[in-house]
Design a protein around this ligand. Structure first.
Ligand code: ADP
Ligand code: MG
Length: 235
């Protein structure tokens, strides 16, 4: 199986961090060793999803040369670690994303799965992870604007020398704007999963607990666990 996955979208607020955290947690529950990495350097917020308050170094410190990767790896539960990013603008201004290459190479050797939570938009730090990952998973809601922006991320991935494996459509409702197969067709990629709209997703962020732990039998949790099983080839 592939090791390093970039979870990416064109538009913000579509469920990338939710997908990163829950896919990672589901694989950890299945006994895989997992690292989740906040490469959304400008709008970092992954740590809050798992109640992590970094007491010392973050990915920003690693990228600015002030820390080693080991200093920025935080154990979450038995099989999963998180690499958080700093949240202040000063830290962001100090950072050069180039060092990500080395960080990813290091994590690749140590974990079964590495998930990079990629920032939205088009800039150097969003493009770099797309090329470093073995596999890019596009995340989009069923709204036309989100689908349109994902098309750009797809093109960026190709330019960065990366490969898109498929699409996860999130926050789906019974009467979605565009059918999920139609979205995958427009993006010329495979539909990997649809994650239903589920109020527990938001609540779980406030609780600082991954959705699949917060409400294990809810519709979104079930869909994330199935996606994890599909990726890992387990039933
Ligand atoms: P991104 O990382 O792409 O900006 P997030 O994962 O932070 O997106 O999700 C954006 C918002 O949408 C959050 O408030 C999150 O709780 C909510 N959300 C994500 N997935 C779902 C879902 N399946 N159902 C309902 N709300 C969701
Ligand atoms: Mg996010």
């Amino acid at each position: 199986h592939e090791t390093v996955y970039a979870i990416a979208s064109g538009k913000g607020g579509v469920g990338k961090t939710t997908t990163t955290v829950n896919l990672g947690t589901a694989l950890a529950e299945a006994g895989k060793r997992v690292a989740i990495v906040d490469t959304d350097l400008g709008m970092a917020n992954l740590a809050g999803f798992v109640s992590l308050t970094p007491d010392s170094m973050t990915l920003h410190d690693v990228l600015s040369g002030d820390a080693s990767i080991d200093d920025a790896i935080y154990s979450i539960t038995e099989n999963i670690v998180a690499v958080p990013s700093g949240t202040s603008l000063d830290e962001y201004a100090d950072t050069s994303p180039e060092g990500l290459r080395e960080v990813v190479a290091e994590l690749r050797d140590r974990f079964d799965y590495v998930f990079l939570d990629v920032g939205a938009g088009v800039n150097h730090e969003t493009v770099l992870p797309l090329g470093l990952a073995d596999s890019v998973i596009l995340v989009s809601t069923p709204e036309p604007a989100a689908v349109h922006d994902s098309k750009k991320t797809l093109e960026l991935t190709e330019r960065a020398g990366g490969a898109v494996t498929g699409l996860v459509v999130t926050r789906t409702l019974p009467d979605s704007d565009i059918s999920h197969d139609e979205i995958a067709t427009r993006l010329e990629t495979d539909l990997l999963a649809t994650i239903p709209e589920d109020s527990a997703a938001r609540e779980s962020v406030y609780a600082g607990t991954p959705l699949i732990v917060y409400e294990p039998d809810g519709p979104a949790a079930v869909a994330y666990r199935q996606l994890a099983a599909d990726l890992a080839g387990i039933d």
